[in-house]
Design a protein around this ligand. Structure first.
Ligand code: 4LM
Length: 394
């Protein structure tokens, strides 16, 4: 059951954001392919322009198709408000910049998506914002890193690509006791498997490019959660940054959401099967998947996740072994990104996390031979067969 609406999640995703009365009876929200909406009169024009009255006027500031996606995301994540944007990074940067000011301090996990790290290390210090990285697998480390200037705790769980987890409730409890805002990237788990807002997180961010869209055919992002933060992101931060989602893309994300529950069920079961196969293979040194009893935080995963997701990583030794494997897969595609219906494999040290210095990679567990698998919805036996034959080349 979906705790926010008492309706099953499987039902919510099929109907989320639906509003035929508003759209001339259309069950599928139309694509409003327009940048402009005409003001009814001068007074309303002023009120709508300043956000004092609901309405649309200019594409950068909102569109009815975008609004339908935002409403849908409020329903699937259980949030007060949402803002859909052009990419996951647009969502992450907007959310953070809508909360922090010069002089503020952020606590973030040492293991996270490398481009989020580049934002925290590269852009934010130029704006006078300091960041401390912690081993986020222990909530106490967030507490220890707090300074009088700490404004934001950033969470990513499971983390890309190490699959390390954060105890959401424990970190939220530290944050609440110190009036610190929490922002969590829920891209890997998806709201099907994990509902951070129900556990007290203030704001969730997504790369909708991944599971929400689900078909590897769009780039988008979403911020969902506390209304005051989303309103600032909408009316202040994104007004000047302009990373708006296109109406056509918003429509595609809504279409993706309709099958999210079905797809995730299959991603979850396929990934568990592949994780078990890899864990028993002699050429595989280690498998990182929260659904395996050997995952150091398996008990936490059972507590805060409904399923363990479609992402896993595994170590085949070194760079050469990793490259030999990815050069020999036939069914899996050698590609970055994730959450696609088809299975994707990539070598983290030379691809998504290549910008992270090697010592820092090794310190968080991104070993030279680490491969990341985004398990698709194909027949699991076909995927096992493909990996088995590719492993013969390692
Ligand atoms: C990748 N990831 O890992 P946009 N949050 C997480 C992510 O994994 C990503 C983003 C945000 C990968 C992209 C090439 C946990 C992206 C950023 O790419 O801006 O939609 O999302 O392979």
């Amino acid at each position: 059951m979906n705790p926010s609406t008492s309706q099953a999640f499987e039902t919510t995703v099929v109907h989320a954001g639906e509003d035929p009365e508003r759209h001339m009876g259309s069950l599928s929200t139309p694509i409003y392919q327009t940048a402009l909406h005409v003001f009814p009169n001068a007074e309303d024009g002023h009120l709508i322009h300043e956000g004092h009255k609901p309405g649309y006027f200019y594409g950068r500031m909102g569109n009815p198709t975008q609004a339908a996606l935002e409403q849908a995301m409020c329903e699937v994540e259980g949030g007060e408000a949402a803002l859909a944007l052009a990419s996951g990074m647009a969502a992450i940067s907007n959310a953070i910049l809508s909360i922090v000011e010069p002089g503020d301090h952020i606590v973030a996990p040492a293991s996270l998506y490398a481009t989020t790290g580049a934002l925290l290390d590269g852009l934010l210090p130029k704006l006078g914002v300091k960041v401390s990285y912690v081993d986020a697998t222990h909530a106490a480390n967030y507490q220890e890193a707090v300074t009088p200037k700490t404004k934001l705790f950033y969470l990513e769980s499971p983390a890309n690509p190490t699959m390390k987890m954060v105890d959401i409730e424990a970190v939220v409890s530290v944050a609440r006791s110190k009036s610190i805002t929490t922002v969590m990237d829920n891209t890997f788990a998806t709201p099907y498997n994990q509902r951070p807002l129900d556990l007290g997180v203030d704001v969730v961010v997504h790369s909708a490019t991944k599971y929400l869209g689900g078909h590897g055919d769009l780039t988008a992002g979403v911020i969902v959660g506390r209304k005051d933060v989303v309103d600032r992101a909408h009316w202040q931060t994104n007004k000047v940054l302009g990373g708006v989602i296109a109406p056509w893309t918003a429509w595609l994300v809504i279409r993706g959401l309709r099958t999210l529950a079905l797809r995730m069920e299959r991603h979850n079961s396929n990934a568990l099967k592949l994780a078990r196969f890899l864990a028993n293979h002699p050429k595989v040194r280690e498998v990182h998947y929260p659904g395996l009893e050997t995952h150091p935080q398996h008990v936490l995963a059972r507590r805060q996740m409904k399923g363990f997701g479609g992402m896993l990583s595994f170590d085949v030794g070194g760079v050469d072994e990793g490259r030999r494997l990815v050069d020999n897969v036939k069914l899996c595609s050698l590609a970055v990104s994730l959450g696609d219906v088809s299975t994707l494999i990539q070598h983290s040290a030379s691809m998504t996390h290549a910008i992270v210095p090697r010592e820092r990679r090794l310190a968080v567990g991104i070993t030279d031979g680490l491969l990341r698998l985004s398990v698709g919805i194909e027949d699991p036996d076909d995927l096992v067969a493909d990996l088995r034959q590719a492993l013969q080349h390692v």
